[in-house]
Design a protein. Structure first.
Length: 297
């Protein structure tokens, strides 16, 4: 790669500064996903954690790669490792930084993300769904609807269907709704559409919080890995509640159920859902601010 003729970012990190940040990031990622990688080498499935690397498309090696964000220049001989990374450029002084031309290439993604996050943050949180989206994904669907092979339904098929029929479905997240069984689709309060996503997302939704991870990595390397990793940690916590409140029996994996078919279970779910929504709010605000700053460059 030849050096770029464009001017480089104003903030320059010495090699000691940025490699310390990189190493700390990689150590934290290794701590978080080490058990997942061990299971992978053994060919073992995990119905809770695997989702973070199957539904979400970022691979473990990509999560482990540290990005400083746009406008930060990496100096020292070790910066050469970034020269061939997608989205980076080599500067005339043999340093490396995220390529500002990405602002043009990713503009539509930045605009969509800004609109989605702003709309979500402006709406009141809705906390009455009780995690029933996972139940709706197997409702009257038979064995083929069970999404985690080898993981039993805690109440069995008939008991699961009865729970769905006893409560209203109030899902507001299209990417959960699109996996509902045909019989469950008509039971939702609203028929959700992809084109309405930005107008429907609301901050109490577990998956809207989880998706902050997705929007962060879709904007990398414009967005820094510190924010990305904090969003990933939130996604891990939200996924755990998601599956503890699901119809699946995960006791063999050490997950205590949140029995949303009971009044106490619903109260427990709302309490944990509220805590995750509060945790997501500053991350959403931070990512929204970064989107706006990038759009205004």
């Amino acid at each position: 790669m030849t050096p770029s003729t464009l001017s480089c970012g104003p903030l320059v990190l010495t090699q000691d500064e940025w490699t310390a940040r990189r190493d700390a990031h990689q150590a934290r990622v290794d701590e978080l996903i080490g058990p997942h990688l061990t299971r992978q080498t053994r060919g073992e499935k995990h119905p809770v954690i695997d989702f973070l690397f199957t539904y979400y498309s970022l691979r473990p090696a990509q999560l482990r790669r540290w990005h400083p964000g746009l406008g930060v220049r990496l100096s020292g001989p070790a910066a050469g490792e970034y020269w061939d990374y997608s989205g980076y450029r080599r500067c005339t002084d043999d340093t490396a930084e995220a390529d500002p031309r990405l602002l043009t290439q990713r503009r539509s993604m930045l605009e969509f993300t800004e609109r989605l996050l702003a709309g979500t943050a402006a709406r009141p949180a809705q906390l009455g769904c009780f995690g029933l989206h996972e139940w709706a994904m197997v409702y009257r669907g038979g064995e083929e609807a069970v999404r985690h092979s080898g993981t039993p339904l805690r109440l069995g098929p008939d008991g699961t269907d009865a729970v769905v029929e006893s409560m209203n479905l109030r899902c507001t997240h299209y990417d959960a709704f699109r996996f509902f069984t045909p019989d469950a689709v008509g039971r939702n309060d609203t028929a959700l559409r992809r084109e309405d996503q930005a107008a429907r997302e609301q901050p109490g939704c577990l998956h809207a919080g989880m998706d902050l991870y997705k929007w962060s990595y879709k904007l990398a390397p414009l967005v820094d890995s510190d924010l990305l990793l904090r969003c990933f940690e939130l996604a891990m916590a939200a996924r755990e509640l998601d599956m503890r409140a699901s119809p699946y029996d995960l006791s063999a994996l050490g997950y205590a159920p949140v029995a949303i078919e009971t009044p106490q279970g619903r109260a427990d779910y709302v309490r944990e859902q509220s805590a995750l929504a509060e945790r997501a709010a500053p991350l959403r605000a931070e990512l929204l601010a970064k989107c706006r700053a990038l759009l205004n460059r």
